[in-house]
Ligand binder design. Structure first.
Ligand code: UDP
Length: 330
């Protein structure tokens, strides 16, 4: 039975990946400090090691206790706004933790590494949809920290033979269709859960960050990809690593939706109005971010199964309606 180490497996995307691995019969060890993740998000079939990646001794102990077929690395600081306030902390933590983790994996003889990367690598993109050949030019420290990690992994590949997959997520949303996991951030900053909570009357009205962008309805366009499809993309990348070298993939559904279209989808699916008002633009928001995922599709056969916006909203709505306090552990 293959065995995987998943850092950040108590977080949103990580917990959905853990479910996908367990569903395939794999053994999973989650390493998470629970600073942002939730104990209850770790499925009972996985082993949780509550530890911080800064604790090199603990990390080495984990690699000594288990032999892993691959490491899937999700644990990171991931708020763009916070990274603009505290850039050096973001870079030091994301880069330091990731590369030390890769070093520990290599020392233990584990030469497969999947990195949770980001569309923020592309900053204000030179073209849309964004393919892997687009210029890498992050416009915030968060995106730049992931660029640095990707570059570090490339050196580890050349010198140590590490095979890595860098997966650049666009907007992960939705939740496990079987209702076993969902999205619960503190603070919540993401559009889909905020719009749903506004519709459910759990939050004040949603503020739309600008309606004067050069898009058909004036609001920003993003590529919302279902978190379960995203998890499947990791499995596809793992298979690919066994037969090919390292890879870098942009992952989205390939279609964009504006903020107003997301609000309309929430109203359609939930049958309730989303109270909202138009506010100023949010600093650093590009007008349009849509992924070209052709390379991932062509090289692995991956395709989104839950790509439609209504599927994303339906699953997210079901989980949030059932879990008014999220995982309820804060
Ligand atoms: N957004 C918004 N109001 C909010 C939160 C987000 O208008 O309260 C917009 C944001 O400007 C962006 C889109 O919704 O265009 C998606 O934002 P989110 O923070 O979910 O993801 P991001 O694209 O920043 O990764």
């Amino acid at each position: 039975m293959p065995r995987y180490l998943v850092t950040g497996g108590a977080g949103f995307v990580g917990s959905h990946l853990v479910l996908a691995l367990l569903d395939r019969g794999a053994e999973v060890v989650v390493l998470d400090n629970l600073s942002q993740g939730h104990r209850a998000a770790v499925p009972s079939g996985a082993t949780l090691v509550e530890a911080d990646l800064a604790d090199a001794t603990r990390v080495a102990e984990v690699f000594a206790a288990w032999r892993f077929d691959a490491v899937l690395h999700f644990a990171a600081l991931s708020l763009v706004g916070a990274s603009m306030k505290d850039p050096l902390h973001y870079i030091a933590e994301n880069v330091g933790h990731s590369l030390r983790l890769a070093e520990a994996a290599i020392k233990a003889g584990c030469l497969r590494f999947v990195l949770s990367s980001t569309a923020a690598l592309f900053g204000e993109p030179e073209r849309v949809p964004i393919d892997e050949e687009c210029r890498i030019a992050p416009s915030n420290p968060y995106g730049d920290s992931k660029r640095m990690v990707e570059e570090g992994l490339a050196w580890a590949e050349r010198i140590h033979g590490l095979r890595y997959a860098a997966l650049r997520y666009f907007n992960a949303a939705g939740s496990d269709p079987a209702g076993r996991a969902g999205e619960d951030h503190d603070p919540e900053t993401h559009l889909v859960p905020l719009a749903i909570d506004a519709a459910l009357g759990r939050r004040p009205a949603l503020t739309v960050f600008g309606d004067d962008y050069p898009t058909p309805d004036g609001t920003c366009i993003r590529d919302y990809v279902h978190v379960t499809d995203l998890a499947e993309a990791h499995l596809a990348a793992l298979v690919r690593l066994e037969t090919h070298g390292s890879c870098r993939y942009n992952i989205g559904s390939g279609t964009g939706a504006s903020v107003k279209e997301v609000i309309a989808a929430v109203e359609r699916v939930g049958g309730r109005q989303v109270p909202h008002s138009i506010g100023p633009r949010r600093a650093g928001d590009p007008a349009v971010l849509v992924a070209a995922s052709d390379r991932l599709r062509a090289e692995t056969g991956w395709a989104p199964r839950l790509g439609a916006l209504d599927d994303i909203v339906r699953t997210a709505w079901a989980w949030r309606e059932k879990h008014p306090r999220g995982y309820g552990d804060r």
